[in-house]
Design a protein. Structure first.
Length: 106
């Protein structure tokens, strides 16, 4: 959404440029994102038991769904990077670990 407005000659951008792009191109008034509406309706924070129950409910489909949903943008990002062969990559991900397989599949 904002990529066309970010100067591509200086990536990653400095915070001042990011702020200016957001200020210029994002709506000043907008609906509260769904995540925050759901969190507000929940009424209280989820604890370990609630999180375990939620993950147990979706575990059979979670990895397959996430791999399908995440693969296209991750592949696109990897293809757009200027690799030189000496990079070190730190993955701070979780779940299926799909991004660990990227060097072998792209």
């Amino acid at each position: 959404m904002l990529a066309p407005y970010v100067p591509s000659d200086a990536l990653p951008t400095v915070p001042a440029v990011s702020c200016a792009v957001c200020e210029r191109h994002l709506a000043k008034e907008h609906e509260l994102p769904e995540f925050f509406r759901v969190r507000t309706r929940a009424g209280q924070p989820a604890g370990v038991a609630e999180l375990a129950h939620a993950y147990n409910d979706v575990h059979e489909d979670y990895d397959d769904f996430w791999t399908v949903e995440a693969s296209a943008p991750v592949r696109e990002l990897i293809q757009r990077l200027a690799w030189h062969g000496t990079e070190k990559v730190f993955e701070a991900g979780c779940s299926a670990g799909w991004s660990r397989a990227i060097p072998y599949c792209c």
